[in-house]
Design a binder for this molecule. Structure first.
Ligand SMILES: Nc1nc2c(ncn2[C@@H]2O[C@H](COP(=O)(O)OP(=O)(O)OP(=O)(O)O)[C@@H](O)[C@H]2O)c(=O)[nH]1
Length: 490
């Protein structure tokens, strides 16, 4: 399928650049150049190779509260563990999502002008790519999401990196708010769990490139499948509508991926060709193919997912098999699909193949859509709530100290978060989604799909979006029918 990409912040810029490079390296073109990157600091633009300069949009550079680049002192600590003073010196919005949203709101005319560079009639869907714990990623990203949802009829997805456990509570809090904002508004959210993918022996910042490579491989296998010119006819060829139909259920999605080498020797290919032409008996080799594909699909199921989750909590599944057509028999295909039905307990399993005649390997990419049992997101949510409580306690102390009559004053925020400290994050209720078989995925921005049961900003007031999520983090409406948590699954 064709996808336009909108990188936001440093993570978004790097990831979009990586996706563009992967397009060139693999010859799979799925963006047709429909890309943009927005940032409040220019440094990450300098790291790009494939992202054209005219597609790099710097915003907020004239905003008085946005820091300009300051040469860091040699002994300055990592940004994520930095003190307020260090943060003051970080370029851009320096981790502040309210400021990010304010800047994006102020610069909506500039953002809209840049959006004219992207032809939404040429693509099947749009995808915002960001670090959800970033001030720019969350703040600017949420305003951009609201803007795209209000002007596009195509689905808008979010691909977002989640902060690792050793990043600051502030980043976790911002990411939890971003999820809370994005899930009801976006047509689907595909989080990438930095914690799961980073090795503890190395600083996370040194592993971004490797993680981004992993993300690019999976996103290309998923979204670029079917975009290359068909060298061979395949009745099982993946259809972009299948990807959109799988994602149309909304919520959080996760991707698994596995590869095996195939026998590309002349004899192996000849034997398979004869079978396909009906000139040789199917039995032993076809059986081997089926067993191989089953093993491959099982490996993809058991692989480290972009967002680790319980796959039995998924709502819809899609599997794409890419490789030499001679190595993917219909029997193998059906065996893989049956395995997925069994392992996930859902009958909504779509499947398609991407014939790659010269490939020496077969790849299985599995998309789990609307997964609801995600302990990582629960943990992030709890951490965010604890952080918010701490912030509110500090505010209360200040309020008490400054109160003229000596009475204890509790801030509105604290009152809002006083009751239910461990409320879970809410997910999409499958039945409330696009059960009409809508393959356009064009219904997520409706009241029905808003699991939080609260109106999302879709106009110029979008600067309020992350702040709204903030006051709501503890899920005052968690008792809605849509609420599902890992606790309920355990
Ligand atoms: N996977 C991945 N994660 C990243 C990358 N860069 C940053 N992150 C993560 O994304 C989150 C936000 O970081 P940034 O992208 O630097 O932040 P930003 O959106 O530019 O906004 P600021 O906080 O204002 O700098 C953090 O949790 C980072 O660990 C990247 O290249 N790849």
């Amino acid at each position: 399928m064709k996808l336009s990409l909108f990188g936001v912040g440093d993570a978004g810029t790097r990831l979009v650049d990586k996706l563009l490079r992967a397009e060139v390296e693999t010859g799979r073109n799925f963006t047709d150049g429909n890309v943009l990157a927005f940032n409040t600091a220019a440094e990450a633009f300098g790291e790009t190779d494939a992202l054209p300069e005219e597609r790099q949009i710097l915003i907020g550079d004239t905003h008085s509260a946005v820091n300009q680049y300051v040469e860091p002192a040699d002994d300055s600590p990592d940004t994520d563990t930095a003190s307020a003073t260090d943060r003051d010196r970080s370029p851009g919005v320096a981790g502040d999502p309210e400021l990010g949203a304010e800047v994006a709101d102020d610069e909506l005319p500039e953002i809209r002008r840049a959006l004219d560079l992207v032809d939404d009639t040429e693509v099947d869907a749009a995808m915002i790519v960001a670090g959800l714990g970033g001030g720019t990623g969350c703040g600017v990203g949420s305003v951009l999401l609201a803007e795209l949802k209000s002007i596009y009829e195509i689905p808008v997805y979010v691909l977002g990196a989640l902060p690792a456990a050793d990043e600051s509570d502030e980043r976790a809090h911002t990411a939890a708010r971003a999820i809370r904002t994005c899930v009801p508004l976006a047509d689907a959210v595909l989080p990438v769990d930095n914690e799961a993918w980073a090795r503890s022996t190395q600083p996370l910042t040194e592993q971004y490139d490797e993680i981004n490579e992993m993300v690019a491989t999976r996103m290309l296998s998923l979204f670029a499948a079917g975009e290359s010119e068909p060298a061979t006819v395949s009745e099982m060829r993946i259809d972009p509508a299948d990807v959109m139909r799988t994602l149309a259920v909304g919520g959080l999605s996760s991707v698994g991926h596995a590869t095996i080498e195939v026998d590309t020797s002349d004899e192996g290919l000849f034997a398979r060709l004869m079978q396909l032409l009906g000139l040789a008996e199917e039995t032993p080799d076809t059986q081997t193919d089926a067993a191989t594909i089953k093993r491959l699909v099982r490996s993809a199921l058991n692989s480290k997912l972009t967002l680790p989750c319980d796959i039995e909590s998924t709502d819809r599944v899609l599997v794409i098999l890419s490789g030499p057509p001679s190595a993917i028999s219909r029997k193998g295909f059906e065996t893989g699909r049956y395995l997925l039905e069994e392992e996930t307990g859902t009958v909504e399993v779509l499947a398609g193949d991407e014939p790659l005649p010269n490939a020496g390997e077969i790849t299985a990419t599995v998309l789990f859509s609307n997964v609801t049992d995600v302990s990582r997101v629960d943990k992030l949510q709890k951490r965010a709530v604890a952080y918010q409580r701490g912030q509110n306690d500090e505010t209360a102390v200040v309020d008490t100290a400054t109160s003229t009559d000596g009475a204890t004053t509790i801030s509105a925020d604290e009152r809002a978060t006083d009751d239910d400290s461990d409320q879970p994050f809410e997910f999409h209720e499958p039945e409330a989604q696009h059960e009409n078989g809508d393959t356009s995925g064009d219904t997520a921005n409706t009241a029905d799909n808003n699991v939080a049961g609260e109106p999302m900003a879709t106009d110029d007031s979008a600067a309020e979006t992350p702040a709204d999520a903030d006051t709501d983090l503890e899920g005052d409406d968690a008792n809605t029918a849509a609420a599902t948590s890992s606790d309920e699954h355990e």
